[in-house]
Design a protein around this ligand. Structure first.
Ligand code: SF4
Length: 471
């Protein structure tokens, strides 16, 4: 998963991009990068780690110009290293480009093999780089047409921002897997993965970039194109709303926090329980727990406390004191929990390892009963479109029934939101959804993963280096 941000026509373009990436930090913590343009030349800075750690005031002073794109990365394809950090840059005979991409391509490996067979040297292991190489090899005239050409060859998820010397180009795949919004800051144009990034810089939300749309902004003017065959349906990633997007963002026309709360309400109706308190798994289960509490009339209590200062990695204790690991991050408030019946609300269960420890923690704090409620259906399949999920075999709901999972967790009861409940709530969204990791209904099928059937929606084969290709 990644976050992207772009600015066109503002004297502080790089600084605004820095702030935008800061707001999108939850979408990727492995690397951050900004490329700016003064209309003639591009300037780049990329670094590993968080935005605030990798990009300093000194770096921003070295990123002049009125246009910029930025990217925060969480690796879903390709490893964690600086050579995979985005935006990817290239100098073509049509000018310089920098591309920031969010999403996964399901035929990246096939295209990579083909490109390498034709002599391209790919310097990263990220599937996003294939877009840059396809663009550089395209025989179309303008850089926009080359991007259309390049994106016609890829399958899967892309929401991307491309910076040329004088234009900001935005594109979203016809399925609309990943979000991308457009805003205004005075006369400048701004684009971001989520509206929370527009809010931070005081920009006004204008509209979503629509699935299958390309937006070209040059000399302050915006034009819109529909260069690709429409998808048979839209497939906005519902996991963005369940877990990934920031709760203060509006995504696909719906406030994320309000949506999560609604899931909690539906969950309470589907899986009622007699208990003394509703406790969220912080922070992911907050909104759903509130919805559950409101619907059930059971009080909401933040009885599980999370240490805000835990780094992503810390010195692992030895095996004999391994149990401290979960307590470094969470603690259950014994004074509130002892002698009470607790409903623990979480947004999803992937492997189940954290939840198992939390149930144990709550029991040790003296709860008489622990009931687990999950505001999404059992997660039975991996994501191929940009969310970092484990393999199917590692997903607890793929290997076990709900009753088996309840026993593994050591809970008194376990209730998941139904797929029907999720789909009913999703009717409020502006776009049709992808819920494949819960339903196995994968909208775009992979050439890289033979387990998935094939479906092509893009234009007929195009010519690359004088030869036909059907990739
Ligand atoms: S498979 Fe799941 S995580 Fe991936 S795009 Fe679809 S809903 Fe989102």
């Amino acid at each position: 998963m990644c976050g992207i941000f772009g600015v066109h026509g503002h004297p502080e373009a790089a600084h605004l991009t820095y702030l935008g990436l800061y707001a999108l930090q939850h979408r990727g913590q492995e690397s951050a990068g900004i490329v700016s343009s003064n209309g003639h030349e591009q300037y780049v800075h990329r670094a590993m780690g968080l935005v605030a750690d990798g990009i300093t005031e000194k770096h921003l002073r070295q990123l002049p110009g009125r246009h910029a794109v930025g990217h925060v990365r969480y690796s879903t394809a390709g490893g964690s290293s600086l050579r995979n950090a985005q935006p990817f840059c290239a100098t073509t005979d049509g000018g310089s480009v920098a591309i920031a991409h969010n999403g996964n391509l399901v035929n990246a490996s096939a295209i990579r093999r083909e490109l390498e067979g034709r002599g391209s040297i790919l310097t990263s292991t990220s599937d996003s780089e294939v877009i840059v190489h396809l663009l550089a090899r395209s025989r179309e005239g303008t850089l926009e047409d080359r991007l259309i050409d390049a994106l016609s060859r890829v399958k899967g998820a892309f929401s991307l921002a491309m910076l040329t010397d004088d234009a900001l180009v935005l594109a979203r795949d016809p399925w609309g897997f990943r979000p991308l919004v457009l805003g205004r800051l005075g006369s400048a144009w701004v684009a971001a993965s989520e509206t929370c990034a527009l809010d931070l810089i005081g920009a006004e939300y204008e509209r979503d970039v629509e699935p299958g749309e390309m937006v070209v902004i040059r000399r302050g003017r915006m034009r819109t194109l529909r260069p690709w065959v429409m998808a048979p349906r839209q497939a906005f990633c519902i996991f963005e709303h369940i877990y990934f997007a920031r709760p203060d963002s509006n995504v696909a026309g719906q406030n994320v926090y309000a949506f999560r709360k609604e899931l909690g309400r539906i969950l309470a109706r589907e899986h009622p329980v007699s208990a003394d308190m509703i406790v969220p798994v912080l922070d992911s289960g907050n909104a759903a727990a509130l919805g559950y509490a409101e619907e059930s009339g059971i009080p909401y209590e933040a009885a599980l406390v999370r240490n805000q200062y835990v780094k992503r990695t810390f010195i692992e204790p030895s095996q004999s004191i391994r149990d401290f690991r979960v307590r470094i991050k969470h603690n259950a408030s014994r004074g509130m929990i002892a002698g009470r019946r607790v409903v623990l609300v979480e947004d999803s269960i992937v492997r189940g390892t954290t939840l198992l420890k939390l149930v144990d923690l709550i029991r040790h704090a003296g709860a008489t009963e622990v009931h687990v409620r999950v505001s999404s259906p059992p997660n039975t399949g991996p994501c191929h479109y940009g969310i970092d999920t484990p393999t199917r075999e590692e997903l607890i709901a793929h290997r076990h029934s709900v009753e088996e999972i309840r026993r593994i967790l050591g809970a008194d009861s376990l209730g998941y939101l139904s797929l029907e409940g999720l789909r009913r709530a999703s009717e409020q969204l502006k776009h049709g959804i992808c819920d494949a990791c819960f339903s196995d209904d994968y909208p775009v099928l992979s050439e890289d993963d033979p387990e998935l059937p094939q479906l092509s929606l893009f234009r007929p084969p195009i010519e690359v280096d004088g030869e036909d290709s059907d990739t």
